[in-house]
Design a protein around this ligand. Structure first.
Ligand code: GLA
Length: 388
């Protein structure tokens, strides 16, 4: 596949010169949803699906981008000295944002680049195609210019680009998972301190199955930023009663004791989700470590219920998928994953049930919703880097 991309690179940008190849994965979050901007814990893992970049140095100060996936946009050019978000720049606002964030930190990009991109994560599916593109760009710039930044810095730079160049007020989870992923492990990350541990995901009898509802979500236009604001207001209200920095500081009991200071019922539900989901993520990791996969699955199901009714980031099509999955014998747990409002579910499915899962849920979904779902039986891969 990489060879084919290199051929397309030469056809697009012309022959010659040394080229380098990079990869940054997408991610799936197993549990701990909408907790990363609330000082809570998340438990994502990097996928083997992701975004590839083929790169060649230029002598001038031009950046040229081409995406094999979005061929219709063609080659997009920009000058290193004119990095501002524009509508015409389309998808290239993501890599441009990362260039902007490096420049903002005082890093000097001394020459331009030709960059070809190809991704095998479906766009807008909630599997972090944009975060992987940001982290990919970070890795390309670090390697090309020898910048002294860690992979955690690259994640933070990617988040800065997403927040302040592309207008989505996301947390750190996606970029962190793409930068710091480890094969066969999920990352238990405290988003308040950025301390993390890797937890092996050993599932000899089961598979991780992602189901794409094919309902596209756009975090920028969705209620994602509203949820964040609602939680911030709820936190301020709680701070009048209890000494906390984030919603992640509260146990369920403390929340129940103080929740009445949150004046609005909707905000109370949002904060409840953030507090309980953080605790669920902590318990789920303990369950996984104790090899209690059944408990892990129950916590996934409870996570979905909370995202559906309290946080209200699910949608009809996703609920159809989750209801079908949770009702099927051999399914250990199933929930929406990622930002929400469409996108994908993640399910833990016993090995011998996987075929039935894909067939039956695929059929029932088509009947109920009127379009097909897509299924990916995934492996957990490593974080971003240069390919040999
Ligand atoms: C999106 C954001 C993340 C996180 C999730 C919800 O993927 O980019 O930072 O908030 O939604 O858990």
């Amino acid at each position: 596949m990489v060879e084919k991309l290199i051929k397309t690179f030469y056809e697009t940008f012309g022959d010659g010169g040394d080229i380098r190849t990079y990869f940054a994965p997408g991610r799936v979050n197993l549990i701990g949803e909408h907790t990363d901007y609330n000082g809570g814990h998340v438990f994502p893992c990097a996928l083997t699906l992701g975004t590839y970049g083929i790169v060649r140095d230029r002598e001038d100060r031009t950046l040229r981008f081409y995406s094999v996936n979005i061929d219709s946009v063609g080659v997009v050019e920009t000058s290193l000295d004119d990095i501002v978000p524009t509508k015409e720049a389309a998808w290239t606002n993501y890599p441009k944002g990362v260039v902007w964030a490096f420049k903002k930190r005082g890093f000097k990009l001394t020459h331009g680049l030709d960059i070809l991109i190809y991704g095998d994560i479906p766009n807008g599916s909630g599997l972090s195609s944009s975060a992987s593109l940001e982290v990919l760009t970070g890795v390309i710039l670090k390697d090309t210019f020898g910048f002294d930044v860690s992979m955690v810095d690259i994640a933070l730079i990617g988040q800065d680009a997403e927040n302040n160049f592309n207008g989505c007020n996301c947390g750190i989870m996606d970029q962190f998972a793409s930068a710091m992923g480890k094969k066969d492990n999920a990352i238990f990350l405290d988003t308040n301190t950025l301390q993390f541990t890797y937890a092996p995901v050993k599932l000899p009898d089961a598979k991780i199955v992602i189901t794409n509802s094919k309902v596209k979500h756009s975090l920028v236009n969705s209620a994602y930023n509203d949820r964040r604001n609602e939680c911030e207001t709820a936190l301020k209200e709680l701070q009048t009663a209890v000494d906390i920095q984030t919603l992640g500081d509260l146990t369920e009991e403390q929340f129940e004791e103080h929740k009445s200071v949150i004046e609005d019922e909707i905000r109370r539900k949002r904060a409840k989700h953030a507090v309980y989901e953080n605790q669920r993520a902590i318990h789920a990791v303990e369950a996984l470590k104790a090899n209690d996969i059944a408990l892990f699955g129950k916590l996934m199901n409870a996570s979905h219920e909370s995202l559906r009714y309290d946080y209200e980031v699910s949608c009809e099509e996703i609920d159809v998928l989750v209801d079908l999955a949770q009702a099927m014998p051999g399914v250990i747990g199933s929930r929406i994953t990622g930002g929400g409002f469409g996108g994908c579910t993640v399910s833990i499915v016993e090995n011998e049930t996987v075929d039935t899962f894909v067939k039956e849920i695929g059929k029932a979904y088509l009947e109920k919703v009127g379009h097909e779902a897509e299924f990916y039986v995934v492996d957990i891969g490593d974080g971003a880097g240069k390919l040999d």
